[in-house]
Design a protein around this ligand. Structure first.
Ligand code: SF4
Ligand code: SF4
Length: 429
């Protein structure tokens, strides 16, 4: 699509946006893949429509406030990127656009407070945990509160598991086959602490030693995708330091491992985020992004895994594709391979599996109605598989599935892929 975006925005982020808009040929193949287009049936709530809206806003032809509602409804799930035959990097476009647009947005004060609160608490597990405990007591008041306050309260779990801090070093068991650095994530340390503990156990059992650089912090994905660019840059720079190959703890590291699809994808987006921020940062960002692997990919590439114990009875496991694993990282085969390798497990596919579950970072908080409709649809499709378990590789999907399956009275147990492998090793399936 011809555009003058780079003339109006000659910086590196402007170039990225101009390139993405230029690549779109209006074919519309992405429309059926877009969850909001499926729900709302409005061209302006489709990828193609949003690309035109962003082009017009960036060229100064359309006021930002007129496009804002349609752009805010975008989940950033990048299902459209997988569907697009022309390779339009829609994810780069919407992320760069939000980073440019957010400082100009006029939002109600209460919305600003909730946004700032979420971005302040999420990266700080101690603070997030304290807020979650306090929120539990405020939950009964939820129906009396405005929607903007009700959504985050409704998402808080009824109870929190005990913390399971990740040690700075976990040795390999038996013959050492690899050494990795591990990104521990933020929200999952509070909401699903067993994800990290299971990851360390499974890696160690397969001869992989794991270091957890102490200086690491939030990957910055939540800030990046909500347009809080300055915060995202600060968080990215912190991790570029923490995972610097020159640091002694990083010596001999084969890969930087993430077990959260959104966080892994966030690290892989650093080259886009840091474009135009100087050659040194750009080089470091490219180096780190090139080392990032989802834990399922690392294990599948490692191969010859320690054998799993057979299940006590035949079980069916449904696999839910987290958008930031399937669409953003292109990882679909590896988790399925791992699940199928457990003796006694049958893998079930979920109907409309490419469609986002509605979690999508802070979407559940900012667009609770659409998020709820997508969560309900996903839970019903999971139930239709008749599975005993549903597994995914992302904390946001996990909590979304858990809450919608529980609401529908389903007994299907929700696990992370790595927890399933861990249970198989323990003979607890
Ligand atoms: S990122 Fe997801 S919601 Fe946004 S336009 Fe693409 S498919 Fe639609
Ligand atoms: S499929 Fe790709 S090229 Fe076609 S309209 Fe969608 S984004 Fe544009």
């Amino acid at each position: 699509m011809k555009n003058d975006v780079a003339l109006h925005h000659p910086d590196a982020q402007g170039q990225l946006m101009a390139h993405a808009i230029d690549a779109c040929v209006h074919c519309g193949f992405c429309l059926p893949a877009c969850p909001t287009y499926q729900l709302l049936g409005d061209e302006m709530d489709s990828p193609r429509g949003r690309i035109i809206l962003m082009k017009e806003v960036l060229e100064g032809e359309l006021p930002l406030f007129e496009a804002a509602a349609h752009l805010d409804r975008c989940l950033g799930c990048v299902g459209c990127v997988t569907a697009c035959p022309s390779g339009v990097p829609y994810g780069e476009l919407i992320t760069s656009f939000r980073g440019w647009a957010e400082p100009q947005r006029e939002r109600p004060v209460i919305q600003k407070i909730v946004r700032a609160g979420v971005l302040t608490m999420l990266p700080r597990p101690g603070l997030f945990r304290a807020a979650a405990v306090m929120g539990k007591f405020a939950k009964p008041l939820s129906p009396l509160l405005p929607q903007v306050l009700r959504a985050p309260l409704d998402l808080l779990p009824g109870s929190l598991e005990a913390t399971q801090p990740s040690p700075a070093f976990t040795p390999a068991q038996g013959l050492k086959r690899g050494r990795v650095a591990f990104l521990v994530g933020c929200a999952q340390q509070v909401l699903t602490p067993n994800f990290n503990a299971a990851t360390l156990r499974v890696l160690s059992r397969n001869g992989v030693e794991v270091v957890v650089p102490e200086a690491q912090g939030c990957c910055g994905a939540a800030a990046m995708h909500t347009g809080a660019r300055a915060l995202a840059l600060a968080q990215a720079r912190r991790n570029l330091g923490a995972f610097d190959p020159g640091d002694s703890s990083m010596s001999g590291v084969d890969a930087v491992i993430s077990n959260a699809a959104g966080c892994g994808a966030g690290l892989m987006e650093y080259p886009m985020l840091l474009a135009g921020e100087g050659a040194a940062d750009e080089t470091r960002a490219a180096a780190l992004a090139g080392k990032v692997r989802d834990v399922s990919v690392y294990l599948a590439e490692l191969g010859s895994l320690e054998p799993f114990m057979p299940t006590s009875r035949p079980i069916t496991v449904a696999y839910h594709d987290a958008c930031h694993l399937a669409h953003a990282q292109g990882v679909k085969a590896e988790p399925r391979e791992l699940i199928r390798s457990i003796p006694g497990v049958t893998l079930a596919e979920v109907k409309q599996g490419d469609l986002c579950c509605g979690s999508a970072g802070t979407y559940n908080i900012e667009q609770p109605e659409l998020a709820g409709q997508l969560g309900d649809l996903k839970a019903r499709n999971v139930i239709a598989t008749g599975a005993d378990y549903v597994v995914s590789g992302n904390v946001g999907c996990h909590t979304q599935l858990q809450s919608h399956l529980a609401r529908l009275g389903s007994p299907i147990r929700v696990l992370h892929t790595i927890e399933l492998l861990d249970l198989a090793y323990r003979g607890e399936l």
